[in-house]
Design a protein around this ligand. Structure first.
Ligand SMILES: *Cc1c(COP(=O)(O)O)cnc(C)c1O
Length: 373
């Protein structure tokens, strides 16, 4: 029996062991572990890759989002529009600065925020919009940017899952006022621990972010703002620089794996319309951090796959507007039907770059059998 894990990082490490070990050794020999030249080089490399002027390395993707809101002084009384179908951090940071998340339902094909609906939910209190580029595919940025620009609202892209994704002539993270990335190990560019980065084209914003990540100081022990310790460390920066050189190759392999799944499953998806839905690709470059199908009796199919040695995951089983901590916001079941429907149907399949064709064919044939039964 083939075992197919959802993700296996050991294969990637084996292929790059010498390169990564020597990057880490470089930092160890320097004994400079916090910020410094490694972090600066990493910031320049990532910002250049994304197509933005400035990169600010931070402690995680969550902290990247939090710092963008802090830099704009978003706070109590303010509203921030976002999607209910994302990792919790996207909404959690809004609450942490004292603002109120306003959830706009998702498009049923891409599961990204339904961009044309965003303008309808803007009020005089709206200070920011946080679109998420879910699973590696960019949200539709054009209507979001024009609605925001007309009213002076800031746009913070949550590009944690989408480094290298492209649409409409721009890369994920380079279109809004801020682009936020995560280097959590399961992301397409993963560090050896937590890490993140904010990119921006605005020198004043870059300056403010650099101060905020070190307790709001630009001159040592003189504090312009109340910030925090949100720094990226040099070991992560060294690993990330080495890995970035391989990112396009890994992304191409993810895209090829996704294309093979779609090729193998599109027949049964057509025959069993309504029962099985494949990822809808509507943008130029979807980088497939996850390959997520939607399936009617998801839990039965998942159980059978697990029993057969195939790793899967559910991103995400409960939309954000229905989380216990957000009961006070007053949303009810049925308010955001597309995200609620997706939460009951989504299933992420293994798509990491080192999978081989036999493994993908094995997973696809199991799904075909389970869906046809
Ligand atoms: C991973 C992720 C984050 C948070 O990143 P961390 O580095 O884990 O803090 C935020 N938003 C989305 C959509 C993510 O996938």
């Amino acid at each position: 029996m083939h075992k197919v894990p959802l993700l296996d990082l050991t294969a990637q490490y084996a292929a790059l062991k010498d390169e990564l070990d020597s990057a880490v050794a470089r930092v160890v020999n320097s004994q400079r572990f916090v910020l410094g030249p490694e972090v600066e080089a990493c910031e320049e490399a990532v910002a250049g890759y994304v197509g933005s002027r400035y990169g600010i390395g931070v402690s995680s993707g969550t902290d990247a989002l939090l710092l963008a809101l802090m830099a704009e002084e978003v706070g109590p009384g303010d509203e921030v529009i976002t999607t209910p179908f994302s990792f919790f951090a996207t909404a959690g940071v809004i609450t942490r600065v004292g603002a109120t998340p306003v959830f706009v339902d998702v498009d049923p094909v891409t599961l990204n925020i339904d961009a044309p609906l965003v303008a309808e939910r803007i009020t005089e209190r709206t200070r920011a919009i946080i679109p998420v580029h879910l699973f590696g595919q960019m949200a539709e940025m054009a209507p979001i940017m024009s609605a925001a620009r007309e009213r002076g609202i800031v746009v913070i892209e949550d590009a944690a899952q989408a480094i290298g994704a492209r649409h409409g002539g721009g890369r994920a993270g380079s279109i809004g006022d801020y682009g936020c990335f995560s280097f959590f190990p399961t992301k397409n560019l993963g560090g050896w621990g937590d890490g993140g980065m904010i990119v921006t084209n605005d020198p004043a914003r870059a300056d403010r972010l650099r101060a905020l990540r070190v307790h709001g100081e630009s001159v040592k022990y003189h504090h312009r703002f109340v910030g925090g310790n949100f720094r990226l460390d040099a070991l992560q920066a060294a690993v990330l620089q080495a890995k970035l050189r391989h990112l396009d190759g890994w992304t191409d392999a993810r895209i090829a794996n996704a294309a093979l799944y779609t090729h193998l499953l599109e027949g049964v998806a057509r025959r069993r319309r309504g029962r099985l839905q494949l990822p809808g690709v509507v943008t130029e470059r979807h980088v497939f951090n996850q390959y997520v199908i939607q399936i009617e009796d998801r839990d039965r199919v998942r159980g059978a796959l697990e029993a057969g040695g195939v790793g899967t995951a559910i991103y995400y089983p409960l939309p954000l507007h229905l989380q216990e901590c957000y009961q006070g916001l007053g949303y009810r079941n049925g308010d955001l039907p597309e995200s609620e429907r997706a939460a009951g149907r989504v299933l992420a399949l293994p798509v990491f770059p080192e999978l081989n064709e036999g493994q993908i064919r094995h997973v696809a044939s199991m799904i075909e059998r389970l869906v046809s039964a």
